[in-house]
Design a binder for this molecule. Sequence first.
Ligand code: ATP
Ligand code: MG
Length: 425
Amino acid sequence: MKQSRLFTKTSKEMPADADSANARLLIQAGFVDQLAAGIYSFLPLGHRTLEKIKTIVREEMDVIGGQEVTLPALTPKEPWTAAGRWTEPGKEVMFQLEGRSGKEFGLAFTAEELVTPIVKKFANSYKDFPVLVYQITDKFRNEPRAKSGILRGREFSMKDLYSFHLSEADRALFYDKVAEAYHKVFKRCGVPAIYTEADGGSFGDASHEFQMPTESGEDLIYVNDAKDYAWNREIVEGIKNGDQAPDGSGTVTEMKAIEVGNIFPLGTKFSAPLDFKVTDENGVEQTVIMGSYGIGPSRVMGAMVEAMHDDKGMIWPKNVAPYHVHLVSLHSKDEQILNRINSVASELHDDLITAGVEVLWDDRVGVNPGPKFADADLIGLPLRLVVSEKTLNEDSVEWKERAGGEMSLVKLEDIKDQVIAWLAE
Ligand code: ATP
Ligand code: MG
């Protein structure tokens, strides 16, 4: 992709109400555009990254047997009345609107009431279980405080998975599988999320959240010494920094954090009012046991920026960066040298693309090296390659990784293979 053709531009200006690193950097780098508080457009660079995060989530959901669907966002009132959520929390959380002839609608803020009747329609023998259904769609919530960029949107991307089992034991086994899949998702995204015990709602059982420590977070968690388990304040009220861990494993450290994922045993909260019962293999009628499991890909994207940036810009890992390589060709006043720079860069661009490497080529003419490098740092692609008069004097390309490490020169004849090897690392 030629940067001269990218319709978005970077900006040095501080966005008006950017209250967090992700809001500021994503807007300045042209990844997103704010339409209103909590409502964002994802522009070419941001769109590519969000899609890559969704792909990672999708892959891990498919591994554990999830079947992807797309349910509507625009929904009539009726399904939401069955479990009482049209009024509570619907009245506060849901965008509710009126269609023709006074018919009431709501924009889906989650989907238990939508997915359960569909599964009930098809799964009527114990042989049909378990059923594991998920979707990755935008959800809508009338958040009282839409803040911190894409961490808390009014419209946002959510992957929601629903499990249907005929016994608590089977549901519990699956719950652990989802937890493992979530650990993989966050590891692949480079999000240091901590498995956190949280309120289980009305069923006695705990639920779990995946919490990423950040100053932009609104939750308080108490993290164990090993930094691999935490407790949300809501279940351990009165606990303080340095207190004994609830499980006796040492002491806890208090941290502000943002929830990036959530896994929840639902019991029969929705299946009972929706009358979803199936006769199990022993001939006993069971009310179906459900679980729900959420991840917010757009929030994960914001969390990644919070976790991985410096004073110059964002630092994307290879697997979710909008492009793998930022190829930067510099200007020369000497026309012959300039032609050589451009032809070397153009050939490298084409060769890398043919080899499956995603390249953003800063081919802009008349832009000085300083602003080009500043843009590359801001956008934060993992590998920057510079072609200039200086590097060509050495028959080389300059190699610099955004995450750190030394600048080096790589010979033109080796560069393609070295990039391919780096990508495969
Ligand atoms: P929070 O406690 O942060 O408000 P929640 O508990 O309401 O979140 P869930 O209902 O469990 O969130 O939603 C599942 C996932 O969707 C969350 O783990 C989070 O990743 C994402 N999410 C929830 N609300 C938002 C939002 N307003 N903007 C972006 N992502 C969100
Ligand atoms: Mg929560």
